[in-house]
Design a protein around this ligand. Structure first.
Ligand code: AP5
Length: 216
């Protein structure tokens, strides 16, 4: 089974993908995480992407399509994957359709996390991550059980993303509405688009997603 979670920055794509991975035995493919790893490693791709990401603009389609087409050929994707952050433009969606057709696969569900933009700035500027294991938290909505200690690995070092500033978030929201939202119509026409209320609390969103996916 292959899933695609859609929604603007802060909608909860990453949070929910990590939860659904275990439930359905799928692998999360986050193009944002892949690009951040490329920036950290100092690779050619990372050097090209870094300034673009810090502005909140989209990385060119050809770089993203090459990156994801190589990734979905890896063995851990054989049982299916959850796309988080890809596709983000109509050319990316069209390239994905070709990649899946070549593998004899398809998107089983495209699910939009429907949210209010205004709340996304608060979600993103409050987000932080364990430096040890990558577990995500939020200053208000998802705190560790013991303040300053990661629930998952016990780590005490945390990081915030370079693009999680208020100005950059607003640019990322604009990029979403101008370049990514048109994909929703593309999937609606194909009859695969569903939506869930992404403004509900995190557990309630997971339950809605399980209902949509499990009920297919
Ligand atoms: P990317 O990493 O994909 O960022 P994004 O789409 O902006 O999404 P986020 O990770 O910010 O949000 P999310 O929906 O995953 O929210 P999360 O679950 O963390 O991309 C970064 C950059 O890389 C782009 O700007 C671009 O430059 C480049 N890029 C990536 N892919 C590309 C592509 N395909 N093409 C071109 N360029 C590309 O939740 C946010 C916070 O809210 C968390 O703290 C969480 O705890 C909290 N939260 C989540 N759900 C809820 C809830 N229901 N209630 C309360 N709090 C919640």
């Amino acid at each position: 089974m292959n899933l695609l979670l859609m929604g603007p920055p802060g909608a909860g794509k990453g949070t929910q993908s990590k939860r659904l991975e275990g439930v359905f035995g799928l692998v999360q493919l986050s193009t944002g995480d892949m690009l951040r790893a490329a920036v950290k490693s100092g690779s050619d791709l990372g050097r090209k992407a870094q300034a673009i990401m810090e502005r909140g603009d989209l990385v060119p389609d050809d770089l993203i399509i090459d990156m994801i087409s190589a990734r979905i050929e890896e063995p851990d994707c054989a049982n299916g994957f959850i796309l988080d952050g890809f596709p983000r433009t109509v050319p990316q969606a069209e390239a994905l359709a070709v990649m899946l057709a070549e593998k004899g696969g398809k998107l089983d569900h495209v699910i939009e996390l429907a949210v209010d933009d205004d709340a996304m700035v608060q979600r993103i500027t409050g987000r932080y991550t364990c430096a040890g294991c990558g577990q995500g938290y939020h200053d208000e909505f998802e705190k560790p059980a013991t303040e300053g200690v990661c629930d998952k690995c016990g780590g005490t070092e945390f990081t915030r993303r370079a693009d999680d500033t208020e100005d950059t978030v607003r640019n990322r929201l604009n990029a979403y509405h101008e370049q990514t939202a048109p994909i929703l119509a593309y999937y609606k026409e194909q009859g695969v688009l569903k939506d869930v209320d992404g403004m509900a609390d995190i557990d309630a969103v997971t339950d809605q997603l399980k209902g949509v996916i499990g009920g297919a």
